[in-house]
Structure formats: structure tokens, C-alpha cells
Design a protein around this ligand. Structure first.
Ligand code: ATP
Length: 402
């Protein structure tokens, strides 16, 4: 088990890690995620003893790292580094045999070779055993270093970007292998840039940002945490991969900042198209009511947009009241011909308050409620409606679909 207690580390006067607490139990695969320079490698190097923390301590199976010899640490913990350059022209098999060093006594260098054979097999590198490591591709070298870590027969694994040089097939194979090793009772901590892979294979994510752990927990929770956008300095949308069923994250390009609020009435395909284009164009958007489980409602949840929902085929009294309140606050209301829109249309058409308060009335009935794929016509109509024609002229597919 890996335990990190109150670890701090500075380089010069720059604090890279500050009061980090972390625990990885046997049978757990944890990913450290975070932007470039967040301190992921520094954290891993502090855990394997290559760097001393300025404050705090690291323990392996309850023993303080500072009390263990480097051989003792290497018997418990193996590292697959980010930089796979070895520096000497060894054969792959010789590199993997180095993983046995912590287990050999100084006098007896005999070894049954079984762990090396097993490591070659599990990492599918047997065919590379006689090749010189500096002739191998980056991905092949990365698998050889994973094999060296396995030959070490550790209880815990540290992996720094283990899939960085791997093709999509080997990414999955290597992470499946790590997941299998974890299921056999090891603990694994990996710095992983690819949030989708981290979410798919790891039990927990730890978001490292600004020297501290900004969020931690199950992948779905961390990836939906608002601090993810701060950490990566970009808005993100989290959806579910229909094949793996695990979260997938899209970084979104910067939205223009428009100080206008649009309420969208109606879900389904027209609602999705309207929400997507208005959101991308930078409006504050509210939506509703839409039927429970509606695609527009799901999109809103992924984008963090306020949406009111109600069971289909029922008059959505409470949801309608809320939606009309949002429509009343909005600068304009877009009524699409998606499900649920008729209620707001009725309410806004009969509500003098909505008509007068929101500059309001029902604003954009673009193409009879249909929204074209690019959304340009809709966004232009909304800008015209609220008297903000300033930059509608350059709105094009690219602006809206980045
Ligand atoms: N030996 C060092 N001397 C000075 N600064 C260092 C040293 N090692 C790391 N740093 C700095 O510490 C910060 C964290 O680096 P680190 O490599 O841990 O980040 P990372 O999260 O692994 O980044 P990446 O995702 O780019 O691999 C960076 O600003 C880096 O420049």
C-alpha cells in the first residue's frame, strides 16, 4: 500500500507540491491527472524515493520510505518512467533482467529466470528479447520497461504516462495488463494524460492542480467537477462512450462571452441544435421544460446548462412554472418545434408579463422552429432580436462548430 502524508516539494522558490495526501490500496488502480507541469512526475518521483520531499513523508506498507534501503524499496515498488531512453545499448532481455537485481543477493547471482520469462510473455515482448533497446521504437521500449517492472515482482507499480508512445491497440493491452495486475492484489498509481483512458481503466482519479489535489474520487465525479475546467483552462463536456459505457471528455474551444440570456423551449433534435449553437455562440442558455430523458436535457447536463424536465405526455406544471420564470428573466426566448415547446409557447403568448419583461415575447421562430445544422440563422436571429447585431456578420459554421 502506498501512503503519502502532507508531502510538499519546491524547486527553487516554486512550490510544485503542497501538502499532498494520497493513499493507494492493494487492488486499486489510481490515475493522477492534471495539466502539463502540474507536478505529476514530481509526485511519482517523490513516492519512489528519487526525490526527497521538503515536508511530509511517503510510506510503503506502513514503513517509512526514509527508513528503507533502495533495494528494499525496489522489492516493493517498481516504476515505469516517462522517459524510456536507457542510455546504454543493452538487449531488451538484459534490461528486463535488471528488474531482478533487488531480489539477488550480492553473492548469488543465479536466478531461475522464471520472472523474466513471465514478464516477457505478459507484456508481449518475447519477440524483442534479443533486440538492442536503442533500436526499438518508443512504444516497444515502453513495453520493455513495463516488463522490467514486472520482473521486479513488486507489490506496487508507479507508471508515468504508460501509454504515451503506444498505438491504440497497445494502449488498451497495456492498461488491461495493469488492471489485471491490480486485480491480482497489487496497487498501481499512474500519471495519465488521456482522461478517457484514465476513466475507463482506473478506479479513482486524483486531479493535481496548482500544487494540490483539486479533486479526487470516482472518474465520473472528478471529470464533472468544475475544477477540471480551471485545471485545464478550458471548458469541457463529459458524455458517455456508447461502447465502453465510461465517461469521455471533450475539451471545448473558448466561447465568446455574451452578456445575454436566451431561454430555449422544446427538446428533441430541434432543441439539441438550438442549445448547441446558442451555447457555442456564448449565450447564457436555460432550457425547458423538456421530457425526462430527452436528448436536449442530456446535452444540458453535459454542458452544465440549467434545464427543467417533466415526464412526457403530462402537463408539466411545476417544471413549466420554472421554465416560464427563466423565460421571463431571459433577453429572448427561442421556441423550437421540439417536445415541450408548446407549453412555453402558450404561456408566453398568454402572459403579458413575459412579453413585456423579456423584450421579450416569443422571439425567434426560425424556419418554423427548425434549426439548421450550423445554427447560424438562429444565432443571427437571436442577435437581431436582442439588438446585438455587432458581430453577427462573421458568424459562420467555423465559429459555431469549433
Ligand atoms: N528538477 C527540477 N528542477 C526545477 N524544476 C523542476 C524540476 N523538476 C520539475 N520541475 C518543475 O516542476 C513543475 C512540475 O513538473 P512535473 O514534471 O512534475 O509536471 P507534470 O505534471 O509531470 O508535467 P507533464 O504533464 O508536462 O509531464 C514544472 O513546472 C517543472 O518545470
Amino acid at each position: 500500500m502506498i501512503r503519502v502524508d502532507g508531502v510538499a516539494r519546491t524547486f527553487g522558490d516554486v512550490s510544485v507540491l503542497d501538502d499532498i495526501d494520497l493513499r493507494v490500496d492493494p487492488g486499486e488502480f489510481v490515475a493522477v491527472v492534471g495539466p502539463n507541469g502540474a507536478g505529476k512526475t514530481t509526485l511519482l518521483r517523490t513516492i519512489n524515493g528519487l526525490l526527497d520531499p521538503d515536508e511530509g513523508e511517503v510510506a510503503l506498507d506502513g514503513d517509512r520510505l526514509s527508513d528503507l534501503s533502495s533495494r528494499a524499496v525496489s522489492r516493493r515498488l517498481a516504476t515505469v518512467p516517462q522517459d524510456t531512453h536507457v542510455g546504454f545499448s543493452f538487449r531488451a532481455e538484459e534490461i528486463i533482467e535488471m528488474g531482478r537485481t533487488p531480489h539477488r543477493s550480492r553473492l548469488d547471482w543465479s536466478d531461475d529466470g522464471e520472472p523474466v520469462e513471465a514478464a516477457l510473455e505478459r507484456t508481449e515482448t518475447t519477440h524483442l528479447r534479443d533486440r538492442r533497446v536503442d533500436d526499438l521504437s518508443g512504444g516497444e521500449r515502453q513495453r520493455v520497461l513495463l516488463a522490467r517492472a514486472l520482473a521486479q515482482e513488486p507489490d506496487a507499480l508507479l507508471l508515468d504516462e504508460p501509454t504515451a508512445s503506444l498505438d491504440i491497440n497497445h494502449q488498451i493491452r497495456v492498461l488491461n495488463l495493469v488492471a489485471d495486475l491490480v486485480e491480482e492484489g497489487r496497487a498501481a498509481l499512474a500519471a495519465i494524460h488521456d482522461l478517457d483512458l484514465a476513466a475507463r481503466f482506473c478506479d479513482r482519479l486524483v486531479l493535481l492542480y496548482d500544487g494540490t489535489i483539486a479533486a479526487r474520487g470516482r472518474p465520473e465525479t472528478v471529470l464533472r467537477d468544475s475544477r477540471l475546467a480551471d485545471a485545464f483552462d478550458t471548458e469541457t463536456a463529459v458524455t458517455h462512450n456508447p461502447v465502453t459505457g465510461t465517461p469521455t471528455v471533450a475539451a471545448l474551444s473558448e466561447r465568446p462571452d455574451r452578456d445575454s440570456h436566451v431561454h430555449v423551449a422544446g427538446g428533441g433534435k430541434p432543441g439539441v441544435a438550438a442549445v448547441r449553437s446558442l451555447w457555442r455562440a456564448g449565450f447564457e442558455v436555460t432550457v425547458g421544460p423538456v421530457p425526462t430523458g430527452d436528448a436536449a436535457g442530456e446535452l444540458c447536463q453535459q454542458l452544465g446548462i440549467e434545464v427543467t424536465t417533466a415526464p412526457a405526455f403530462q402537463r408539466p406544471d411545476d417544471a413549466l412554472e420554472e421554465a416560464v420564470a427563466n423565460a421571463r428573466k431571459a433577453d429572448t426566448v427561442v421556441v423550437t418545434d421540439g417536445p415541450g415547446s408548446q407549453f412555453v409557447a402558450e404561456a408566453t403568448e398568454t402572459s403579458a408579463q413575459v412579453r413585456t419583461d423579456a423584450r421579450k415575447s416569443v422571439a425567434a421562430r426560425v424556419d418554423g422552429g427548425q434549426v439548421d445544422d450550423s445554427g447560424v440563422a438562429l444565432v443571427t436571429a437571436v442577435l437581431d432580436q436582442i439588438g446585438d447585431g455587432s458581430d453577427s456578420s462573421h458568424l459562420g459554421k467555423n465559429t459555431l462548430h469549433k
